[in-house]
Design a protein around this ligand. Structure first.
Ligand code: ADP
Length: 261
């Protein structure tokens, strides 16, 4: 009887190991697939500005007497493409750093209101160009243990988007709140909104609802994946609510203290 039991148990364990092994293989295949997709996306995104630069440079090279004005115009376009390429590479490097297993945070007790105000001051010139009003709603100053530099980038990305994808004379309202445990922030805009089928995809790398519009406004499609990664690293969460033609709201929850993570 004992021998039988051992055998049954042994078979059972072998079966379990088999299942776990198959699951591991599937996960590895999935990782491989997503890595391949990522590399394909990166190559495509990096090639686009390069192709434009090549066309511009070649059309200058094949003319003998290029008028000064035309030369300058082409050079400005080449320069804009270089800036775009640089932004994609910088965003990719940021993502790679956040992806690392040993990715760490430089935690400081940070005044969140002051950080948001600083971002708004930086973005005011772009908002003014579209007559978009930037507003903070907060009843008290909130301090939280965060990596200030990384969270500055988070607010920068989100508030810049809410201006970029806003209408003229629109509004952006950042609401800062906290309970005993969490910091709650909402970034709400009165912009173009996101179609329902895209709302869950905006945090994916390189995902853009409208590629042309995003490219025209200098987007790389990586901003929200950097935002999402950073918030997850802090032990928080972010979600997006949106209605086309009405506006978009990003809701962030972050633990006030990293020991409550
Ligand atoms: P991008 O560099 O294209 O702005 P993001 O990762 O920041 O990339 O955003 C991904 C996409 O999500 C954008 O291309 C845009 O289509 C959509 N999006 C992001 N924020 C907003 C917003 N506030 N309102 C409407 N659409 C938005």
């Amino acid at each position: 009887h004992i021998d039988e039991r051992i055998d049954i148990r042994g078979n059972y364990e072998i079966e379990e190991i088999g299942i776990a092994f198959n699951e591991m293989l599937t996960t590895m295949e999935e990782i491989d697939d997503s890595r391949q997709r990522f590399v394909a996306n990166v190559s495509h995104e990096l090639k686009t500005p390069l192709s434009s630069m090549k066309v511009l440079a070649e059309s200058l090279l094949c003319q003998d007497d290029v008028p000064n004005e035309l030369y300058k115009e082409f050079m400005e376009d080449i320069n804009a493409e270089i800036n775009r390429e640089t932004k994609i590479i910088n965003d990719l490097l940021t993502l790679v750093t956040l992806d690392k297993k040993e990715s760490y945070l430089n935690i400081d007790n940070t005044n969140i209101n002051a950080l948001v105000e600083q971002v708004m001051r930086m973005l005011k010139p772009i908002a003014d160009k579209k007559d978009v009003i930037l507003e903070i709603e907060s009843y008290r100053e909130v301090f939280a243990e965060v990596d200030e530099t990384k969270m500055y980038l988070v607010f920068m990305n989100l508030i810049e988007n809410s201006i970029k994808y806003n209408n003229e004379y629109g509004k952006v309202t950042v609401t800062i709140n906290a309970d005993h445990r969490d910091l709650n922030i909402q970034i709400m805009d009165t912009g173009v909104g996101i179609p329902p089928e895209s709302v869950d995809k905006v945090f994916q790398r390189f995902y853009r609802v409208d590629k042309t519009r995003s490219r025209d406004t200098g987007g790389t499609g990586l901003g929200l994946s950097i935002v999402n990664k950073t918030i997850l690293l802090h032990g928080g969460s972010i979600k997006c609510l949106s209605e086309e033609g009405v506006g978009t709201t990003f809701i962030i929850r972050l633990p006030l203290s990293q020991t409550m993570k």
